[in-house]
Design a protein around this ligand. Structure first.
Ligand SMILES: [Fe+2]
Ligand SMILES: [Fe+2]
Length: 265
C-alpha cells in the first residue's frame, strides 16, 4: 500500500477576489504567478515518472502511482486557477507557452533519466516551499479562505510525496552529478521565469512602477518572514552526496494539516 493519500479536492474560485492575499497586490501576484507553472510542470513530472513504471514494483510502484494521481489533481485545480487568472486579463496562454517551451526542450533533447532528474529538482523546490507554507500559518492567515485552503492542500501533498521522484531516480541508476547538474540548470530557468511572470502580473495589474508594491514583495520574500532567505540553506542541501528528501521530516506538518481539515469551518 502506498503511504501517500490521494485526495480529490476541488476549489471553486468564482467568488475569490482579484487581490485575495491579505498583503495586497504584489503578494497576490507572487502566489498567482506560481500557479502558471503547475499544469504544464505537473504533466511533465507525471510523464517522467510514468516512463519508468514498467521497471519498478512493490511499494515504490504504489508510491509512483499515488504521486501521479496527486499531481494530476493539482494540475486540474491549477488549470481552473489559471482560467480564473485569464478572466482577469493575465496572458496565461502566452506565459504557459514559455514554461511549455522550456520543458519541451528537455523532453526533446534529454534522456528519460535526465528528465526525471529535472522532476527531482523541481520537486525539491515544491516540497521546500510547501514545508514553509505549512510551518508558517501566518503566511496565508487573513487571506481568502478558498485560496488559503488550495495552497495548503498543495503544500501538504508536495511534502507527502517529496521522496517519490527521488527514490525512483535512484532506483533507475540516477547519479549524483547528473541530478546536481539538472538542479543548476533547472533553477536558472525557474527563477528567470518567476521574475518574468511577476513583472507581467505587476504590469497587467497596473503596479509595474509601484515602489510600494515592489517593496512589499521584497519585504515578504527576504525580511518578514524571509521566505526565500530561510530556504537557501535547505535548497543547497540538495547538492550533498548523501541528500535524501525524507531527511527533512515534515510528517508532523502533514498531520497538523490533516487535523486542520477536520476542525476548519
Ligand atoms: Fe503538485
Ligand atoms: Fe510534486
Amino acid at each position: 500500500m502506498a503511504s501517500i493519500e490521494v485526495r480529490d479536492f476541488r476549489f471553486p474560485l468564482g467568488p475569490v477576489p482579484r487581490d485575495w492575499h491579505r498583503d495586497g497586490l504584489a503578494i497576490t501576484a507572487y502566489w498567482d504567478q506560481l500557479s502558471i507553472f503547475f499544469p504544464v510542470g505537473e504533466r511533465f513530472f507525471v510523464r517522467s515518472v510514468k516512463h519508468y513504471l514498467p521497471q519498478v514494483d512493490g511499494a515504490l510502484k504504489d508510491e509512483c502511482l499515488a504521486f501521479c494521481a496527486q499531481e494530476g489533481h493539482h494540475g486540474r485545480e491549477h488549470v481552473a486557477y489559471n482560467e480564473h487568472l485569464a478572466a482577469q486579463g493575465i496572458p496565461v496562454t502566452k506565459l504557459e507557452a514559455l514554461v511549455k517551451f522550456s520543458l519541451g526542450i528537455a523532453q526533446k533533447f534529454l534522456s528519460p533519466r535526465r528528465q526525471l532528474a529535472i522532476t527531482c529538482a523541481l520537486e525539491h523546490f515544491t516540497s521546500l516551499m510547501g514545508e514553509f507554507v505549512l510551518s508558517h500559518d501566518e503566511l496565508l492567515q487573513g487571506s481568502d479562505p478558498t485560496m488559503a485552503k488550495l495552497w495548503r492542500w498543495h503544500s501538504a501533498e508536495e511534502n507527502e510525496h517529496r521522496s517519490v521522484a527521488f527514490d525512483l531516480y535512484r532506483a533507475v541508476g540516477g547519479t549524483h552529478f547528473e541530478r546536481c547538474r539538472a538542479m543548476v540548470v533547472t533553477s536558472l530557468f525557474f527563477w528567470i521565469l518567476v521574475v518574468l511572470q511577476q513583472v507581467v502580473f505587476m504590469a497587467k495589474r497596473g503596479a509595474l512602477f509601484s515602489v510600494r508594491e515592489w517593496w512589499r514583495l521584497f519585504r515578504h520574500s527576504f525580511i518578514d518572514p524571509s521566505t526565500l532567505g530561510s530556504l537557501v540553506r535547505p535548497f543547497l542541501s540538495y547538492f550533498a552526496r548523501d541528500f535524501h528528501p525524507a531527511a527533512r521530516g515534515g510528517t508532523e506538518l502533514i498531520e497538523a494539516w490533516k487535523r486542520s481539515l477536520v476542525t476548519a469551518p
